[in-house]
Ligand binder design. Sequence first.
Ligand SMILES: NC(=O)c1ccc[n+]([C@@H]2O[C@H](COP(=O)([O-])OP(=O)(O)OC[C@H]3O[C@@H](n4cnc5c(N)ncnc54)[C@H](OP(=O)(O)O)[C@@H]3O)[C@@H](O)[C@H]2O)c1
Length: 295
Amino acid sequence: MMKPSISIIGCGRVGTALAVFLTRAGFPLAGVASRSLASAQNTARLAGAGQVFDTPMDAAKNGEIIFITTPDAAIEGVFADLVAPKGTLAGRVVFHCSGALSSGILTKGAAAGVATGSIHPLQSFAPYEAGQASPFTGINISVEGDDLAVAEGTRMVEALGGVSFTIPTRAKTLYHAAAVVASNYLVTLERFAVDLLQEAELSEARAYEILEPLILGTLSNIKNRGTVDALTGPVARGDKEIVARHMADIEKVRPEYSELYRLLGQYTLKVAREGGSLAPESADSLETLFKPPGS
Ligand SMILES: NC(=O)c1ccc[n+]([C@@H]2O[C@H](COP(=O)([O-])OP(=O)(O)OC[C@H]3O[C@@H](n4cnc5c(N)ncnc54)[C@H](OP(=O)(O)O)[C@@H]3O)[C@@H](O)[C@H]2O)c1
């Protein structure tokens, strides 16, 4: 089956990687455009294909599938310009690659006869370097949008060697929030732990070294048993005395973490209750301990 031709608007990290690896996967690169001509020329050179255009509209008209890979804040404006002349891009499919935004920001597409979607690789992209391995191989990549966009997007992701999954458009922001919690907030939690160990006179590097097997073991338990059964420690055991001592000492030396510890305790208690092995009276006394001060 003939692969559809591609246009890339926004020749930065993601746009260039798509240009290079979609070309390699057999999708003809029809057009590239960026804010600066130099970036578009560089991307076409790296991909070894693609006509360079001065304007996004000229690049878009040349392709069947159009990627707007500008920074998130510019996507809606670029798209509005593309669909302003009604019918010019009818029959095309337009994607953006934002994680936080859904295809909902491209609603003007329907009136212009354009199918719209988003394709988001759960991967961090560095600037493309000639000869580098594909940043899409084995990466989980979400696809959402119109039926046609989801079908085309899924085919492209698979051709790139990525692992596609579909999410409902309405859940895109929550999907992104989940990625932030799993990755960024994990960093914050580890910072909390490292700060407590610095109180025990361990350097940050040494503190992490000591914690690492515990962190990796926990991740492995989550993978093998699920979140509820992976929970161990004083909350899972219903040990109120230990938790009260933690809270008292944190309040003494790092009071800026007291509220975070209390809230995490509250949510950890919910997980422990789901496990079903916590005695009701232990759970109740922990619940009292984790209540906001003064409530
Ligand atoms: N980087 C990541 O790790 C990552 C991961 C997943 C998804 N994403 C998503 O991928 C998209 C692109 O991110 P990126 O990291 O590739 O950004 P980037 O490296 O900053 O590149 C963005 C490119 O867009 C061009 N541009 C800016 N405004 C434009 C406009 N009005 N019209 C045309 N081109 C314009 C810039 O142009 P010039 O170079 O020509 O000045 C730049 O080359 C974003 O939606 C982002 O959320 C990024």
